[in-house]
Every structure is written in C-alpha cells, then in structure tokens.
Design a protein around this ligand. Structure first.
Ligand code: ARG
Length: 469
C-alpha cells in the first residue's frame, strides 16, 4: 500500500526531521550531535527492546501479527548485519536507534514505519541503557567474585604467614596473611552488594513513557517490561524521560570498585619494592626499563591506580551533567554514555588483570619472617597482658611506651629486656609478662570476633569458601 507515497520521509536525512523542517541539517551540527560513534554498543539491546515493543503493539492491535513477524525477522537480520560489521554508520542518522529504524524501513517500507508507534527515543534510550547496564553489572559482579576467590585461595596457600599490619603506614600489629586477604574479600563483597542494590533500581522499565507524557494509544507496558526481564514498570513518564540516576549510580558503584583496586594496587606496588621485599609480582604482568636492565616495573598496578582517576572523573562528569536539568528529556543526556562506557571498560580491564596477579604473586616468606621482630609489633599485646594483670589501660600504655623507648635505645626486642630494666620502668612489674611477647603468641592471643586469631580467621575462610561456591 503506497497511500502516503508522496509525503514519505527520505532516508538521506534523519527520520526525526519531520515535514516541519525547511532546511537540511548543517553538516557541522550533524558531526556535533551524532552519538552513533559510541552508542552503537547498544545495538543488541536496542533490537531486543524493539522486538518486545513490536510484539506488544501486535498484542494490542496496533500491528497485525503478520507485520510483527516481518518486523521481528528484519530486526534479527539487521542484528546479524551489525554483528558482522556490515552496517555503515552514518552521522546524519544520529544514533543507534535511528540506524536500526532506518535499516528496518529500507527493508520493509511502511511496515517498518510503524515500529516507532507509541514510542520515543527518550523512553527507548532509557530502556536500552538499563538493559545494557544490567548486563554490565552482571559481568563486573562475576569478575569481582573471581577476584574474591583468588584471595580466598591465597588464604590457604599463605595460611602459615604472619604479616605486619600497618596504620599510618607504620608497623602496627602482627596479623595472619589470611586475615589480610579477607579484608579485601570484604571490601569486594560490599562492592557486589552495591551492584545488587543498584541493579534493583536499574531494572525498572520506562518503555511506553514515550516522549514524556505517555501515549493516547492503547499499549500494554506491563507486557514489554516482562518480556524484557524488568522487575517493574516506571510509574511516571516525565520521570522516565529525564532520569539518569541509574547511570550516575552505576558510575559510583564502578568508582568505588576502582578505589578498592587502586588501594590494593598501591599496597602491592609498595610490597614489591626492595625496601619492603614482601612480594614478587608475576613477570608477565610487569614491564622492563629501556635503560636499566635490572628493572621489573609494576606497571599493571600503577595503571590500575592511574586509571582510577578516570573512573572517578567519569562519576564527576555525570553528576555535573544532570545538575540543573529541567524536566524532562534534554539532549545533554546523550553525553551520559561516553563516561559510563569508559568506567565500565576501565574497571573490567583492571579486574581482568587483578585476578591473575592475585593468583600468582608470591609472598616472600623468608624476607617477611626475618623482619617481624622489627617495629615492636607485639607492644600492644604486652600492654593488654598488663591490663589483664590489673594495671589500668592508660598506665599500661605509658609503661609499655617506656619499655619500647628502652629497647629502641638498646636496639633490642621487648623480649630481650632484662628483669632489672623492667623493674626500673615499674617496680612491681612481673617479668613473666615477657612470656606474652613474640608475633606468634601475639596473633594467637587475639580473641575478639573479626580479629586476626588464626582459629577465627580459619572459620571466616571456610565461611567465604562456602559463600563463593
Ligand atoms: N541519542 C539520544 C540520547 O542518547 C537519543 C534520544 C534522542 N532524543 C531526542 N529527543 N532527540 O539521548
């Protein structure tokens, strides 16, 4: 049927330019406003959304079943064509939504011209992006789970290692290596919990909000939402058209992961220095120097730390982007995708490299053990021992500080102080207090929940093992 033959839009201009326009788009605007160079990544989600939309239109009598069948099969062909890299991107078609719709119209003519019934690109892009983010979050979640497993596996391998824990990067107290590794497992679990929480808000369908006010056409929004695996239907069409909270939230979740990776990277960069000598990094993830033959540089970790700056910057970009936008859709919102995609790509790449590094890095057990007597790691244990003997905490704290001063002057351990030296610090100090000293005893003496007590840590390792299965 060609009833509207003479008034049909041509395909050399964006289909969004209706009959109202009296001039062609300036080429400079075309280049300025295109988003196909980055939003082509949404093509699978866009096609999935369009098929669900068309199925719903047919169900509601806005398309015939035959028209739906044609649209579905043409959209699947277009999908394969894009997947095969055969579709040329044309800036005049602006974005992925227009490219797919134009390709559909090229194939099906008037039937293709019906797909955009009761839909706007405003609800369409919101829906596509939510579907894309769902998948992205799932992928990041499974990488985080693998990273957690890598740390838990290390707990068993490094079960007998005691490490100094630091505060202010000064030696603080002895801990088991497993306790250290589980600290990271906890952080990454919070990241995963944030993903799950964020995903709940992402997983709401805006399709059918149309431009901003909804539609007078008889559609079934519940049906498309269910078809696309959404958990609910957004209740306010104006909100849908303007909402990018879920993009900002995703960027925050990713930034928090990057922050955790960056702190870990910094720590392992330090640990792999000659000065620390705690860790040997796997050489396949290190680089050399073009001039200094001895160098093995921790570039993967440095770049993980460095790229975190971009991920934080992307969050800032998005927050500023939506600041002060009036309702509902504004074209500014198109700028959400480059920072979002970049944060995802960056965090994914960092995680993919972090996993094998955590799996393969080797603790330098001997170097660590040799220096566990440095830095009075057991001073707090001694203080707590004195507290148990009835000495008030503040007094014990002061007293042990004095003993540390004496040991520093003599360049010896607390355990090497003589009974006379002890008595000179405090007349009624029982020299048996020294029996509590040494990092092994200090570690075993911990008893509070969440402490580095080896038995308690082992219980946590088993708990994580089960949880991460
Ligand atoms: N490419 C656009 C975006 O990402 C799609 C929505 C365009 N809507 C419009 N009314 N021009 O936001």
């Amino acid at each position: 049927m060609q009833a509207h033959g003479s008034t049909q839009p041509t395909t050399d201009q964006s289909p969004s330019r209706s009959g109202v326009f009296s001039a062609q788009t300036d080429k400079r605007l075309e280049a300025f406003s295109e988003s196909i160079s980055f939003d082509h990544r949404l093509y699978q989600h866009d096609i999935r959304g369009s098929i669900a939309h068309a199925r719903m239109l047919a169900h509601c009598g806005l398309l015939t079943q035959e028209e739906f069948a044609q649209i579905e099969s043409a959209l699947r062909e277009i999908e394969s064509e894009i997947a095969a890299g055969k579709m040329a991107w044309r800036p005049e078609l602006e974005d992925i939504h227009m490219h797919i719709e134009s390709a559909l119209i090229e194939r099906l003519g008037d039937v293709g011209r019906k797909l955009h019934t009761a839909r706007s690109r405003n609800d369409q892009v919101n829906t596509d992006l939510r579907m894309w983010i769902r998948d992205a979050l799932d992928e990041v979640d499974s990488l985080l789970q693998r990273l957690q497993r890598a740390f838990v596996d290390r707990c068993e391998r490094d079960a007998d290692v005691i490490l100094p824990a630091y505060t202010h990067l000064q030696r603080a107290q002895p801990v088991t290596a497993a306790h250290f590794w589980l600290a990271y497992v906890e952080k990454f679990q919070r990241d995963r919990d944030r993903i799950a929480d964020c995903r709940r808000r992402v997983n709401i369908c805006g399709l059918g909000a149309a431009a901003c006010a909804g539609t007078s056409l008889p559609i079934d929004r519940q049906m498309t939402a269910e078809e696309l695996g959404f958990e609910g239907v957004a209740a306010n069409s104006i909100d849908v058209s303007s909402d990018r909270d879920f993009v900002v939230e995703t960027a925050f979740v990713l930034a928090m992961i990057a922050e955790h990776l960056s702190g870990w990277a910094e720590e392992w960069i330090l640990w792999s220095t000659v000065e620390f000598g705690f860790l040997k990094l796997p050489h396949q993830f290190c680089t050399g120097s073009s001039i200094m033959p001895q160098k093995v540089n921790p570039d993967t970790l440095e770049l993980t730390r460095g790229k975190t700056a971009r991920v934080i910057g992307n969050l800032q970009t998005l927050l500023v982007l939506i600041k002060g936008l009036p309702l509902a859709y504004n074209r500014d919102l198109q700028e959400d995708k480059p920072p979002l995609f970049d944060s995802f790509d960056t965090v994914r790449a960092c995680l993919e490299l972090a996993i094998p590094i955590v799996e393969q890095a080797q603790l330098q057990r001997e170097a660590i053990a040799q220096r566990l007597d440095d830095g009075f790691l057991d001073a707090t244990t001694l203080m707590e021992h004195l507290i148990l003997q009835g000495i008030p905490q503040r007094t014990a704290h002061h007293l042990v500080g004095k003993l540390v001063g004496m040991a520093q002057a003599r360049r010896c351990r607390l355990a090497d102080l003589t009974p006379d030296e002890l008595r000179s610090a405090c007349a009624d100090l029982d020299p048996s207090a020294l029996d509590a000293l040494g990092v092994e005893k200090a570690v075993k003496a911990y008893r509070s929940y969440g402490s580095s007590n080896p038995q308690l840590v082992e219980e946590q390792v088993q708990r994580w093992r089960q949880r991460l299965q």
